[in-house]
Design a protein around this ligand. Structure first.
Ligand SMILES: *Cc1c(COP(=O)(O)O)cnc(C)c1O
Length: 393
């Protein structure tokens, strides 16, 4: 089937074949551990080399193969594999390429639990991590060691929103024979294509925008043909399994991701401008804004912005005043994660999550996830919140 050239068409059609399922639009959810084979010959024909075909529950059934095929088409990848969470995807992708004695270059803006995996688990395994300035670009060549095997990127970082020059970093990394990994959760494969910008491996916390409804934990890893067998074996050897109900939710979320992401983007841009106009705001951290330091790279490489951005408040606003705002919001909730249909607003503390660079700001950083609500209602909620903050200052 020809799924067209537009990503919107791919989101709707990729991986689907209703003729296989009595004409049903969506694939059936098969709960299975044991898969039975009619003959010895059929049994013997299965094995590690078989993929995209049910052989044992842990390795997936039709619903997970549909999701994998749809994602691979959207990512422009050789193949794509599922993991039980986004962090599990980062773990499997790193372990696919690293051995004791190896060296890893890791962006300083990385998601906290990924940083912790490097500092604790990889260190115990004898793998050394050097954190680097996310804005380093081609100068990453200067950090390469003889044993550097992996360069990990995440752009923009989901606390501080620096956009990385992935093509420049990838070129320098490949010159040094290092593999380039990219955690692309912020943009989703709809708004950024890591493999077309030099990455070998594209990682996604499907928990966020692919799921889209705050009811799913999942990760995905899409790779080039050269990187595929190592990543696939890493996921199989780690024993990860993704349940069929979760695979179903993810493939269902994917079908509407285009319209959801554009509404998240539209609301986020409106909210970002509102925050910018408030006297308490020092700076809005959002590459979609023209005066953001990452705007030029974002415009060059991305097809759009998701709904997640940062707001740095001016120094000197009392903590109680900020709490008076956050504790009593009506539509915005406080919670980790993002990518669901609902708006979120939380305080974040990036200073402790840095080692190669410094977060020098004393003002409170807020993280906003613009949900799909009517944006005027969201602004009214924020106006009331800033009013409470002013009254308590
Ligand atoms: C949420 C997130 C993860 C982890 O995903 P989980 O499904 O929560 O494990 C990894 N990377 C980024 C950038 C994220 O935002």
């Amino acid at each position: 089937m020809d799924n067209g050239s537009s990503d919107d068409t791919k989101l709707v059609h990729a991986g689907r074949d209703p003729s296989l399922f009595e004409g049903a639009i969506n694939p059936p959810v098969t709960h299975a551990s044991t898969i039975i084979f009619p003959t010895v010959a059929d049994l013997k024909a299965t094995g590690l080399h078989i993929d995209h075909q049910a052989t044992y529950g842990r390795r997936g059934t039709k619903v997970s193969f549909v999701l994998r095929e749809a994602l691979a088409e959207l990512e422009g990848s050789h193949d794509c594999i599922l993991t039980p969470s986004g962090i599990a995807a980062n773990v499997a992708a790193l372990l696919a390429f690293l051995h004791p004695g190896d060296h890893l270059l890791m962006t300083d803006s990385v998601y906290g639990p990924t940083r912790s995996f490097c500092n604790r688990f990889l260190k115990r395994m004898g793998i050394e991590t050097t954190f680097y300035d996310p804005l380093i670009g081609a100068d990453i060549a200067g950090l390469m060691q003889e044993n550097t095997k992996v360069v990990f990127t995440e752009s923009p970082g989901t606390q501080t929103f620096e956009v990385q020059d992935l093509p420049a970093i990838a070129a320098a990394s490949h010159d040094a024979d290092a593999v380039v990994l990219n955690d692309n959760t912020w943009a989703s494969p709809l708004f950024f294509k890591p493999l077309s910008h030099g990455a070998d491996v594209s990682i996604q916390a499907a928990t966020k925008y692919i799921g889209g409804h705050s009811d799913l934990m999942m990760g995905t890893i899409a790779t080039t043909e050269e990187a595929w067998s190592k990543v696939r074996m890493s996921v199989l050897e780690l024993g990860y399994a993704v349940g069929p109900d979760d695979a179903y939710l993810a493939q269902r979320g994917l079908r509407t991701m285009g319209v959801r992401l554009r509404q998240h983007e539209k609301n986020a841009i409106t909210l970002a401008h509102w925050f910018k106009a408030q006297p308490e705001t020092e700076r809005v951290l959002f590459p979609a804004l023209e005066d953001d330091p990452g705007h030029a790279l974002w415009k060059r490489d991305f097809e759009g912005a998701s709904g997640l951005f940062g707001v740095l408040l001016r120094e000197g606003i009392p903590e109680e005043a900020i709490a008076a705002m956050l504790d009593n919001m009506n539509l915005f909730s406080m919670g980790y994660s993002y990518g669901g249909y609902e708006s979120l607003l939380i305080p974040t503390y990036p200073a402790g999550n840095r080692s190669a660079t410094e977060w020098r700001h004393n003002g409170q950083l807020l993280r906003v996830h613009a949900g799909l609500e009517g944006v005027n209602d969201l602004i009214a909620d924020l106006e009331a919140g800033f009013g409470r903050m002013r009254d308590a200052s």
